[in-house]
Every structure is written in C-alpha cells, then in structure tokens.
Design a protein around this ligand. Structure first.
Ligand code: CAA
Length: 379
C-alpha cells in the first residue's frame, strides 16, 4: 500500500491550488452575493484543461486519472464550489457517459467540444416529482420515424442556462418502468426547448441552476445514447462516478474551511493569547483535521478503485456520504472558531457552510447513499 501521490498528481494539485488562489478567490464573495455565474473563470479553467480532465486525448481531453481529477476538485472547491460543481458535472456527468457509451459520431460532434470546455454540458435526470425517486420519470420521448418527440420538465439542472449540450433522461416505454427509460443528447436552441427560471439558492449561488421545459422537441434518433431502455442504467452508472466528484468537492469545502480556521486561530487573540492556545479551539481543530483526513481516504480510495477498473459504486456512495457530512460539520465548526467574524461574508466560512449543505443533497441525498451502501452490503 502506498499513500504517496506521484509527481504528476502533485503537479495537478499545485496547478489547481495556484489557479484557485489567483483566479477564483478574487470576486468569489461578489459572485456569491450577486448569484453570478463564473463565466470568465470557467473559460480559464477550460484553457487549463480542467473541464475534460479524464477524457482520452484523441477527443481533446487531458487523459488523466480519477485521482488527478479529485485532487483538482478538492483544491478548487476550497475556494469556489460554484465553479467546481460546473466542472464536476461537465467531467463526470456529461463527458464520462458520452465517452463510454456514445457513438463515434456523437463523440466527434459533442465530446470533443465538451472536453475542452468550448461548450458546457448538463445532466438532466431530476424532475418536479422525480428527485430521489429517479425511476418515476414523467418526461417522455415518442419515436416518430427518424426522430423522437420530447415532452416534459426537468428541475434543478446545474449549468442549466450556461450549457449548450444536455443529456436528457426520458421515458420511451412507460409500460416497462425503469427499463423503458432512454437517454438523449439535446442541443440548446432547438425548437420547443425553453430554459426556465433560475433558482435562488442557499449556497453555490454562483452556479446556474434552472428548470428546463421541453415541448414537442424533435430529437434525431441518432442522438440517443445506447439502446432504447438503457437510460436508467446509464444514469445510475454516471452517478456512481459523479458522486466521487461531489465527494471531492465536499472534501475541498471542509479542507478550505479548516485551513482558514487554523490560520485565523493563530492570529486572533482572546484572554491575552492567540485562540489557538486555548484548548477549546485546539480540540475543534483536532476534530476537524481528523474528520477531513478520514474523508480524504474514502474519496481517494473510490477514485483509485475507478482507476483500477474495479467496482466503485459502493465506495463512491460511502465517500460522498461521509465527505458531505464532514463538510457540514467542519464548516459549522469553522464559523464557530471565527466567532462573530465567521458570521459575516468577508471571512468566507459562512459561504462555505452554505455551500456544504448541497453536497448532502445533490447527486443522491445522504439517505440515497445509505440505500446504495446497505443494498451493497446485503446483496
Ligand atoms: N449503480 C448501477 N446500477 C444501479 C445503481 C447504482 N448505484 N442503483 C440502482 N441501480 C440499478 C439497479 O440494479 C436496477 O437495475 P435492474 O432493474 O436492471 O436490476 C435499477 O437500477 C433500478 O434500481 P432499483 O430497483 O434499486 O430502484 P429503486 O427505485 O428502488 O432505487 C435509486 C433506485 C438507487 C434510489 C435511484 O433512484 C437513485 O439513485 N436515486 C437518486 C437519484 C440521484 O442521485 N439524483 C441526482 C440527480 S443529478 C444531480 O444532482 C446533478 C447535479 O446537478 C449536480
């Protein structure tokens, strides 16, 4: 067993850290306050290769492993989880499935542009009445000759208005339940595709989360990924990998809040000495650091299993469950360490606390992760 990162991994980590501090940190508070999408920052992330890190270079990707990806996600999420969720969705929920299951034609047309970040992707599974209960899809795609006619509504879609390419899960044969669900590539601008309202959120306020409406949208049959009926398996397999990205995001949020707390505790004085010299604060720091390290081990292990070609569904659910709980605990404690300063925007930790909450909800709530984990244990 070897816990050391390679030279390449350390270089990716360093590049992401540097980028986060120089490019994401300036303006992150304003983007959160104004709910402003980090357009310029995502453009620069694309130029640095962060948007298609694991895609084969023949489709313009970085050809990197999952460990590199989680290291980058962790560093960027320490500063700006709104930018990192956009990156996570593009990498894990859009590029991964297209590369694994798309046709050569689909990869040429869509993946090559997604992998460079020239265009952004979105993953459209959730609906007003199908969040955790993802098999209850109401969006329908009806075959008519060489096309499918798509009708329905999707909710809480990350990159909702900034994306150009949407992977849309829809029912093609309701009589077969989840085995009658398929997945389609839909382009922004097609007739009948309307981007609905932007959500006004508690956290990750810089990311653009929208509802999407499809009314008689004509989707070429050649834009279906895989066979009819493959869509639910596609979504579940995609989310198994996506959850590693969100676990890394949660880890980064926790680590960012901890690092700020550690630095602050050495500067801030109370009762005649830095608060880091008070045992009440020392014990908080010890708990935070220990939880973060345990979460890091789960996240890296899930990424490593994926890189080894092993089954990682169980490990990714565990990593996301635990890392998101740690993100919530640690950020609450970080606000406490900062006292009154922690409650105001200038000190960042209140934003990280608000951002942490979504990691327990999206890409499968903590309760869904427990379903996935316990089913794995009992099968
Ligand atoms: N990996 C692979 N296959 C899986 C799977 C997994 N983790 N979980 C379930 N499946 C398969 C099952 O094996 C089954 O296949 P077969 O019928 O061929 O045997 C099929 O999926 C249906 O599974 P179940 O019978 O267990 O169905 P269920 O309704 O009891 O449970 C669920 C399914 C696990 C709860 C699933 O609905 C689920 O994961 N829900 C959460 C959905 C989710 O994560 N949504 C996130 C939205 S995307 C998002 O948030 C992106 C963003 O913007 C950041």
């Amino acid at each position: 067993m070897n816990f050391q990162l390679t030279e390449e991994h350390l270089a990716v980590q360093e590049a992401a850290r540097e980028f986060a501090n120089t490019e994401l940190l300036p303006g992150v508070i304003e983007r959160d306050t104004e709910a402003k999408f980090p357009t310029e920052q995502i453009k620069k992330m694309s130029e640095l290769g962060f948007m298609g890190m694991m895609v084969d270079p023949k489709y313009n990707g970085g050809g990197m492993d999952t460990i590199s990806y989680v290291l980058a996600m962790e560093e960027l999420s320490k500063i700006d989880a709104s930018a990192s969720v956009s990156m996570s969705v593009n990498n894990s929920l859009v590029c991964w499935g297209l590369e694994k299951y798309g046709t050569e034609e689909q990869k040429e047309k869509y993946l090559k542009k997604l992998a460079t970040g020239e265009v952004l992707g979105a993953f459209c599974l959730s609906e007003p009445e199908a969040g955790s209960d993802a098999t209850s899809q109401r969006t329908e795609a009806t075959k008519e000759g060489d096309y499918y006619i798509l009708n329905g509504t999707k909710n809480w879609i990350t990159n909702g208005s900034s994306a150009s390419v949407y992977l849309v899960i829809a029912q093609t044969d309701a009589s077969k339940g989840h085995k009658g669900i398929s997945v389609f590539i839909v382009e922004k601008g097609w007739d009948g595709f309307v981007i609905g309202k932007k959500e006004d959120k508690l956290g990750i306020r810089g990311s653009d989360t929208h509802s999407l409406m499809f009314t008689d949208v004509k989707v070429p049959a050649s834009n279906r990924i895989g066979e009819e009926g493959f869509g639910f398996t596609f979504a579940m397999e995609t989310l198994n990998g996506g959850r590693i990205g969100i676990a890394a995001q949660a880890l980064g949020i926790a680590a960012g809040a901890y690092e700020m707390s550690l630095a602050y505790s050495k500067e801030r004085k109370a009762f005649g000495k830095p608060i880091s010299q008070h045992q009440a604060i020392q014990f908080k720091l010890a708990d935070m650091a220990t939880q973060i390290e345990a979460a890091r081990m789960l996240v890296y292990k899930a990424a490593w299993l994926k890189d080894q070609g092993e089954d990682y569904a169980h490990a990714s659910a565990m990593a996301k469950l635990y890392a998101s709980e740690v993100a919530m605990n640690v950020t609450v404690e970080a606000v406490q360490v900062h006292g009154g300063y922690g409650y105001v925007k200038e000190y960042h930790v209140e934003r990280l606390m608000r951002d942490a909450k979504i990691t327990q909800i999206y890409e499968g709530t903590s309760e869904i992760q427990k379903i996935v984990i316990s089913r794995g244990l009992l099968k």
